[in-house]
Design a protein around this ligand. Structure first.
Ligand SMILES: [Mg+2]
Length: 192
């Protein structure tokens, strides 16, 4: 099967980076768990919305910090298993420029034995054009998946505390672990 993946929030967990960046750029002590926009901007009012976006941009465009990303739990393990069993994986991300290069470098260090295609989409542009022809797409942003309805048959929202209330559509299934994704893809294959 042709499987498309978002990068941030599906393969990489950038919460630790934001925590590091908050200390480095704003001298704020925020745990990785608390480094969501909702907590930093809305609940605790530690940064303005603009400062938060700046923080996000700084950590993903800074090579030294950027390469310190942690994978989402078991992402690398199960992506490797999927490729080994014959699925094709491509990554479609709204990173571009240096941030995209950092993501590709980080990924190829984690998985040197496989070459995975990365497609960078300019922020604000749809992933649709690049996702056409895929059987599966997984993202942590509801709106991205919504745009793929009718074009990509199997859509999954990777759930975190920050996107639990993002929107609901019965055609977009919610998943909360890579183990679950792996099982779903195997089941899909059994039915096709
Ligand atoms: Mg994402």
């Amino acid at each position: 099967m042709k499987i498309g993946l978002d990068f941030d929030g599906v393969i990489s967990d950038t919460s630790k980076l934001k925590s590091l960046g908050a200390k480095m750029f704003y001298n704020l002590d925020i745990s990785a768990e608390e480094s969501t926009r909702d907590i930093i901007v809305r609940k605790k009012k530690l940064l303005t919305h603009e400062q938060y976006l700046e923080l996000q941009h700084s950590v993903s465009n800074n090579r030294k910090i950027g390469l310190l990303m942690s994978p989402v739990r078991y992402a690398i393990y199960y992506i490797r298993k999927l490729i080994a069993s014959g699925h094709s994986i491509s990554v479609i991300t709204t990173r571009n420029g240096i941030a995209l290069e950092i993501a590709e470098e980080w990924f190829s260090r984690k998985m040197p034995e496989f070459k995975v295609d990365f497609v960078g989409i300019d922020n604000g542009n749809s992933k649709l054009k690049s996702a056409i022809g895929l059987d599966v797409f997984i993202d942590d942003t509801f709106e991205v998946l919504e745009e793929l309805l009718g074009f990509v048959p199997n859509l999954y929202l990777f759930l975190w505390n920050y996107n639990l209330e993002d929107g609901f559509d019965s055609r977009i299934q919610r998943v909360s672990s890579w183990k679950e994704i792996y099982k779903i893809i195997n089941d899909l294959e059994g039915n096709s």
